[in-house]
Structures are given as structure tokens and as C-alpha cells.
Design a binder for this molecule. Structure first.
Ligand code: R5P
Length: 232
């Protein structure tokens, strides 16, 4: 798939997800290039049809984009239960386990994923894999980055501190933390690995999402249209 085809696929996925949003819904707004197309379409629907929704952004980036598209913003404080969320992913396996966090928004994204009744994951076909194997982003308390790194190594991971672009030194997340990108190779048991990482003090969250398959609907954008994947 060339770059233009990939953009077209992402747009198809994002637009389909936005068209599944209904009037009056509280909508979790994920982070990343694919969700942007969903937000663009939501903006069109708000302006064109008078769609009435409120979004909960998972990052500064999502909040800025929501403002750009005229999507009213609310918060998880006001709506601890969310109707629907739209988010991207870096990899999706056949059990709908995910790796997320290329944009370093995984901590808030997992909070929103946990709080939502229905989770729409928008991807292009390159993200669909048989076995998760991308490096797993782990958001870490800066105080504990060396000790978390050591513990990840004991789990046979190879953690690398994520460096900023147009900034010297590490990426600082929207929550003021660091990201360790941890390569575990092919992940045989993602649920077990997620639990192992979660048990490390100072590892605040990791980009493995393995507990939400039942509420996830994956919208796989293709050059012409979309394919829907769910466990139900
Ligand atoms: O932190 C970032 C998110 O998990 C993204 O949703 C994920 O990395 C996919 O991003 P994109 O749609 O740009 O590939």
C-alpha cells in the first residue's frame, strides 16, 4: 500500500466510525492520524446535520483538533461512563488485543477505553496482524524509569527511552511522565504480559489493551470502503 492509499484507507475508517455516532452521545476522542479523520467527519456532521455530541479528548492533540472541528468538549469527571469512543491502534490481533501508544497517549486512552460502553478502533489494513510484535510503549514515572527499565529487561523486554523530536531529551507525556518503548518480540500471551507490566511499581500504564475485546469493534479502512471486525 502506498502512502496515498494508506491515507485514503484511514479516511474511510475514520469516516465510517464517525457515522456510527448518534445524536446526544458522549464520545471518547482518541489520539493519532486515523482518529483525526473521524473528528473531521464529526465536525462536518455537527455543522451540517446539527449533530449534538460532546467529546472527551485523550490528549492535548485531540483537544486542539476537537476545537478546530467545532466538537464541544467535556471531561471524564463529568461523564465517567461514556457511550462510544473512537481511537486508533498500532497493531490488532485476531482476539482484538491491541498495541497502542505511538502518540504517547496510551494512559488516558486506556482510561477512556475502560469507561466506554463501545470502542471503535479505526485502522488501515497494515495494522492487522496474527501476533502482536510491535514495541510496547510503557508510560513510566520519571523517578522510577531506571528501575522500571530493569524490571522490563527481566521480562525479556528491551526498553528504550523515547526521545523527543524538536526537543532535546525524553518525550514528556501529557501527564508529565516518560515513555519506554519495550520490544518483547512476538508476544505469545499479551494478557499475561500486560498483567506483568502492570505489576511493576512506577509503570503507570502500558500500551497493551487485552481486556476489552468484547466491546471493541475494529473498522479496517480499505481503499474502497471498510471491513468491520468484532468478536460478536
Ligand atoms: O498514543 C497514540 C495512540 O494509541 C494512537 O491511536 C495509535 O498510535 C495509532 O495512531 P495512528 O492512527 O496515527 O496510526
Amino acid at each position: 500500500m502506498n502512502a496515498a492509499e494508506q491515507v485514503g484507507s484511514k479516511r474511510n475508517a475514520g469516516y465510517r466510525a464517525a457515522d456510527m455516532v448518534e445524536d446526544g452521545m458522549i464520545v471518547g476522542l482518541g489520539t493519532g492520524s486515523t482518529v483525526f479523520f473521524a473528528m473531521e467527519r464529526l465536525g462536518e456532521r455537527i455543522a451540517g446535520e446539527g449533530l449534538s455530541i460532546a467529546g472527551i479528548p485523550t490528549s492535548y492533540q485531540a483537544a486542539l483538533r476537537a476545537r478546530q472541528y467545532g466538537i464541544p468538549i467535556t471531561s471524564l469527571d463529568e461523564h465517567p461512563e461514556i457511550d462510544i469512543a473512537i481511537d486508533g491502534a498500532d497493531q490488532v490481533d485476531p482476539d482484538l488485543n491491541l498495541i497502542k501508544g505511538r502518540g504517547a497517549a496510551l494512559l488516558r486512552e486506556k482510561c477512556v477505553c475502560d469507561a466506554t460502553r463501545r470502542m471503535l478502533i479505526v485502522v488501515d489494513q497494515t495494522k492487522m496482524v496474527d501476533t502482536l510484535s510491535a514495541p510496547v510503549p510503557v508510560e513510566v514515572l520519571p523517578f522510577a524509569s531506571a528501575s522500571v527499565s530493569r524490571r522490563l529487561t527481566l521480562l525479556d523486554g528491551r526498553p528504550v527511552l523515547r526521545e523527543g523530536i524538536k526537543k532535546d531529551g525524553p518525550v514528556i507525556t501529557d501527564n508529565g511522565n516518560f515513555i519506554l518503548d519495550c520490544d518483547f518480540g512476538a508476544i505469545a500471551d499479551p494478557r499475561h504480559l500486560e498483567a506483568e507490566v502492570a505489576s511493576i511499581p512506577g509503570a503507570l500504564e502500558c500500551g497493551l489493551f487485552t481486556a476489552y475485546g468484547e466491546k471493541i469493534v475494529v473498522i479496517v479502512g480499505e481503499e474502497k470502503g471498510c471491513r468491520i471486525v468484532s468478536l460478536r
